[in-house]
Design a protein around this ligand. Structure first.
Ligand code: ZN
Length: 601
């Protein structure tokens, strides 16, 4: 197994090209330098003067262009850092960016405060004079009951980079301090890191390697549990304090408010999956156990592929062909974006030390999306790429149609376009093969990747997170021991007696950055619920359904999640789509059992 390269040793053609944001670090710092006086000038001219609709419209439009200028600054810094968290220059970029964005928030916080102090008729007048600001004004009005005194808002805004501290600390502990060293399996020393564990070892087909890797990984995590819990506790305190200060009834209400989602939709997602999906997934675990001839099915065996031998290796160039074929149904404009992503180096494929784990897509307003992935040359990566290109396709469309304030949809909807593309990829692969082994590989990928990832991994995070917030709402402090207990309880509840929950599984909470992003975990399965219904429509109806979907993507954040889903023909105020998705997963497991019999028989 290869030792990880440093960032300076990787092949440049497989890295992303950040020069579309800034040609150099110097250009970045120049932009930061020239941004500050513009902000000062803006507040000098407008602070204390937003008394009528015409002035307000001018101010909001200028604020819009300031916000647009800040986007490449924040993106350049955060992408540089995610390519190599250990790079001192990138750390400097990042702190320059967070300082200037705190300055911007603080200096311009008067806009919201002054607008909300105006008579509502003036706000209505703004909407008449500038209809493109309607969503901005409506969003503001939703915040009105929770708005604090202008001076307090300004102080809070100026602390924003401090408030981001827990997330930064979390990443530093995780990506810089923890050194996993090596572990031994079959008499060989194997290097261990977050990247190698999550990218390969945790699903390794060799049971000794897989289980030993898990033990070594967990043992090392455990050494950092108190620091990580302490960091997390700061995040929770910040959220609880903000929620109380602003007058929300609970932290969960506060966090859902930003998503435009009610408690019913939130709890339904978690409760139904914990209850109704679990039996199907336990059947899947039993199948894994049987196919691999394991005596006991342990927690660390769950990520193992059903049939690793049937997973083809592919090159980056091959992935482009698969993606083009699978997403052709989305139309020429969409495919044009996909091909630009490859041609113009929007994607960072390489693996190197200090790089962020997992995969993500960042879609800066005014430029183009960027994707981070750590390429393993396995077929699974076409699903990862289809997923991230789904985010890219979402904001590529929304950013062109909407203004900078309205382009981002609610978090509830964020994972719908991405998981939709995974479904299209799976269907494309299934349609083009008669080989039962390959078909089984594809279906097991849908289960073990798409549905497992979104409806099990992230959903169990969500179920655990809900318990944590219950404690927080009771003013309880959470320490590592509590988090371990809650996490273990949730995992055991889901898997029942069918999976042995090994020592170390309880530390899984330490692995996810999501807990620093509010109620993000449950939205994965929510997005996939919409995507499952939508992909069925696209496959049966073709073009009209695609057109509906493109309209949804273009709407960005101008509609609530319920309205967006409605436009796609899916009613998420009922449990029907969720029930249908769970039934569909059940059918996929049936199919896997059948194909396995066919292959073995
Ligand atoms: Zn995603």
């Amino acid at each position: 197994m290869e030792e990880l390269k440093s960032r300076s040793q990787v092949e440049e053609k497989h890295t992303w090209d950040l020069s579309d944001l800034f040609p150099s670090d110097d250009a970045f710092y120049e932009a930061v330098q020239s941004f500050r006086p513009r902000v000062a000038d803006f507040s000098g001219r407008y602070a204390g003067k937003l008394a009528d609709a015409a002035t307000a419209v001018r101010a909001i439009n200028e604020l819009k262009s300031l916000a647009e200028s800040l986007v490449p600054i924040g993106t350049y810094a955060s992408l540089s850092l995610s390519a190599d968290q250990s790079d001192a220059e990138s750390q400097k970029l990042s702190s320059a960016s967070s300082n200037v964005s705190a300055y911007f928030s603080s200096e311009t916080s008067f806009v919201k405060s002054e607008l909300l102090a105006l008579d509502e008729s003036v706000l209505e007048d703004i909407k008449v004079q500038a209809p493109d600001l309607s969503v901005f004004i409506d969003d503001l009005l939703r915040q009105k009951p929770y708005q604090l005194d202008p001076k307090v808002e300004k102080v809070l805004a100026s602390y924003s980079s401090v408030f981001n501290g827990p997330y930064e600390l979390y990443n530093k502990t995780k990506l810089l301090d923890i050194d996993f060293g090596t572990f031994e399996a079959d008499g060989v020393d194997i290097p261990l890191s977050y990247l190698s564990f999550e990218g390969n070892l945790e699903g390794h087909e060799n049971t000794e390697i897989r289980r030993n890797a898990f033990r070594a990984f967990s043992d090392k995590l455990r050494e950092y549990q108190h620091t990580t819990a302490g960091t997390y506790n700061l995040q929770l305190k910040r959220e609880k304090t903000t929620s109380d200060l602003r007058g929300f009834e609970s932290v969960i209400d506060y966090l859902l408010h930003g998503q435009k989602v009610d408690q019913e939709m939130y709890h339904r997602q978690i409760d139904m999956i914990m209850g109704d999906l679990a039996p199907h997934m336990r059947r899947y675990a039993k199948l894994l156990k049987r196919v691999h001839g394991l005596d006991t099915m342990k927690y660390e065996d769950l990520k193992m592929p059903l049939d690793p031998q049937s997973e083809p290796e592919i090159s980056i160039e091959d992935s482009r062909r698969y993606i083009n074929d699978a997403l052709a149904i989305m139309g020429d404009d969409y495919l044009g974006m996909v091909n630009r992503a490859y041609d113009e180096r929007w994607i960072d494929f390489v693996k190197n030390k200090g790089k962020s784990t997992g995969a993500f897509c960042s879609s800066p307003y005014g430029t183009h999306p960027y994707i981070l992935i750590s390429w393993t040359s396995l077929m699974t990566e076409v699903f990862v790429l289809a997923h991230e290109l789904g985010h890219a396709g979402h904001f590529y469309n929304a950013n062109r149609e909407q203004n900078v304030f309205d382009a981002r949809s609610s978090m509830y909807f964020i994972e719908a376009p991405s998981t939709m593309n995974e479904m299209l990829m799976a269907n494309h692969l299934l349609e083009n093969s008669d080989d039962p082994k390959f078909k089984r590989w594809v279906i097991s990928s849908i289960i073990s990747r798409t549905y497992y990832h979104n409806c099990v991994t992230h959903l169990l995070e969500a179920a655990y997170q809900r318990e944590v917030y219950k404690m927080v709402d009771n003013d309880e402090n959470v320490a590592a021991g509590d988090l371990n207990t809650l996490k273990r309880r949730v995992i055991s509840e889901f898997w029942g007696d069918d999976v042995e929950i090994t020592e170390g599984a309880e530390l899984t909470w330490m692995r996810q950055p999501h807990y620093y992003m509010g109620l993000y975990p449950y939205t994965y399965s929510a997005g996939l619920t919409i995507a499952t219904s939508m992909s069925k429509r696209v496959l049966s109806e073709g073009r009209p359904a695609v057109d509906d979907w493109l309209k949804v993507l273009k709407s960005g954040g101008t509609k609530s999640p319920v309205e967006l889903a409605q436009m796609a023909g899916v009613d998420i105020t009922t449990d029907k789509p969720l029930k249908e998705m769970i039934d569909y997963i059940g059918e996929l497991v049936d199919e896997l059992e059948k194909l396995t019999e066919e292959i073995e028989g």
